[in-house]
Design a protein around this ligand. Sequence first.
Ligand SMILES: Cc1ncc(COP(=O)(O)O)c(C=O)c1O
Length: 391
Amino acid sequence: MPNKNIENRFHELIDGLAQSGQLKPFYELNSPMRPVVQIAGHGEVLVLCANNYLGLADHPEVIEAGHQGLRDYGAGTASVRFICGTLVCHRELEQTIARFVGAEAALSYVSCWNANEALFPTLVGPDDAVLSDALNHASIIDGMRLMHRSVSKSVYTHGDLNQLEEQLQATQSHPARWVVTDGVFSMEGDVCDLPELVRLCDRYQAMLVVDDSHGIGVLGESGRGTPEHFGVLGQIDVLTGTLGKALGGAAGGYIAASQRAIEVLEQRARPSLFSNALPATVAYSARKAIEIVERDSKLVQKLRRNIAAFRTGLTRLGFECAESPTAIIPIMIGDEAEAIRQSKRLFELGVMIIGFGFPVVPKGAARLRLQVSAAFSDEHVQRALDAFAKL
Ligand SMILES: Cc1ncc(COP(=O)(O)O)c(C=O)c1O
């Protein structure tokens, strides 16, 4: 029998969200992720809110690779990796990731969320200090919550590297300092000042951790992410990222670091020891996605042209678009109910773009988040801009 008081509490929360116009709608897709999808009970819409930056989520080679993984290895290993769950295709994927991001070694996880939960409690020692950008992704924040209680934690104002330097000076007595940042900030669409972060970490002998989930496949001439964009490929101590956005869009995440750090994670990280590995289907499809990007940078270049077309078009229409090389364009609204209302209006106009409010962004900072894909044709871009003009 459900506890009545608790059920009432749930009702109150959901009713309250519905009354204030903050209830998130969940649209059900009847087709693969691609620029134009079928929404159950609605019809076709143009998707402007997927992380399908390179359009690889339904690329024929990526789909075929997933099928091949299923044929070669079946549904999964029914085991965690150190027992009998490590497949040859996991190692092949990890070598491919390490090569692509310029690291010595890599380890895959079922998500980047999981990778971040593995990283912090395992690599950070109990007397170390962690210095984290205020706008880091929720998975970094939650991963840090799993660290030993005695770790010293400081948060620096978003992008304020003077403040970070003060924190580095104040924590010199700790055996190790870890500076943690998103490469591309998922809600702002801005990019961290990676060359300066590398310089500061060198100067203060701190470890630099970069979550490049929104940079990988997007930034840099050949899509190797934020480090390539800034010419510091191979200079980041620990990189994390997702395979669920530009690199195939299914699921999965990784940590790329020194061989020794990866061995420590394999031996000690709780998600590595107590949770199953990526299914072979995803290991195959993600590896194929990376190979497609490595083979030819034309998707990355196409994405770049589409980003420029959107930023120019939206600016012409009077929307404020901050200067940024990323594929994320936030359109600030402020009030959450208004952001949801505008996203519903755009949906009626055949364009899917989600209004983000609390707790994903701070209260009063609700926004529409537009995300660009290499798969958009000129006609898609124009259709989207026409809808924004009507808004
Ligand atoms: C910066 C960042 N890190 C981690 C994640 C989580 O990725 P995954 O979906 O692979 O768990 C996201 C996803 O939104 C993200 O934006």
